[in-house]
Design a protein around this ligand. Sequence first.
Ligand code: DAH
Length: 352
Amino acid sequence: MNATEWKEKLSAIRGSFSVSIEKKPAENPEALELHYLGRKGELALLLRDLKDIPLEERKPLGALGNAAKQEMEAKLAELKGSAGAAGPVVKSDLDLTLPGWPYPKGSLHPLTHTMNRLAEGFLKLGFTMSDGPLIEDDYHNFEALNFPPFHPARDMQDTFYVDAKDQAGKFMLLRTHTSPVQIRAMEKQEPPIRVFHTGRVFRSEAVDASHSFAFHQIEGLYVDKGVSMADLKWTVDAFMKDLFGSGVKTRFNPSYFPFVEPGAEVDMSCVFCKGGHNSAGRCPVCKGTGWLEVMGAGLVHPNVLKSAKYDPEKWSGFAFGAGIERFAMLLYGISDMRMLYENDLRVLKQVQ
Ligand code: DAH
């Protein structure tokens, strides 16, 4: 090999090295190093060939060869650095087909689950879902529901007021019950109407095992021609049986709510003792009465129909409202309402 051939060979090696080093995705730097700079690498072999070239020409060629070697080493070091920064080189003994670690699944909150079950029951009965705001005006929460200003029935519901006024100049409030959704639904739709709503309500109450300042209710409303107390009793009984099983009984006691006439409180037979007493004596859930009070209901008051511009001579209806926490506690055997808000996984995991 003469000096010219040697130089051509060197530039060929440099050329193919720079192609390899530039490749995307990058080649393995260790393999490149071995191929070009290793003991039997291309450059090493070429440098060894220098011995065949006359001494006087050898010196500048040796300098060229060493410069090429340094340049390659620098580029390889750079490639190794960037490979490190991009993460470890995937080793071939990594088995991507192995199963991963089990990941705990989330579940629906008992309250959400209860609301879903209630919604399914009412959808089956032909009711549609309705909605309303959490921050209400006095008109929808009270006045249109036949609570006149200063009416003592307003005291039944300790109200949280909001520092903002409605168009009538009255303070807005956090809705104290889901009944305003009755009015909002009737404002949107002509009779006949069959709607329900589940959602959050607020009352200024101290928290204990059966009270909270924020809780959930379900509301139902049915207005049509000739709707009677018998329709209400059938509907309430069907929905309680859907939720708690066909063995559950319901009974109505007279009660007062301004927006219904007649008004009633609905009891269901106690799902724990089925009669007031269990093997341990007096049932603590129903306090030995055999009955649990679960909802308010009645026939829609003519004044309520009038405020929605429904003619009470032509239309009649029933309405009912119930606390969802109570149902969730009965369904999942939870004895203290606070457990529903504390997010203890032992409580939450009961529902899958
Ligand atoms: N809104 C009442 C409450 O929160 C519950 C209620 C009673 C709703 C009678 C009704 C009803 O629709 O007819 O105490």
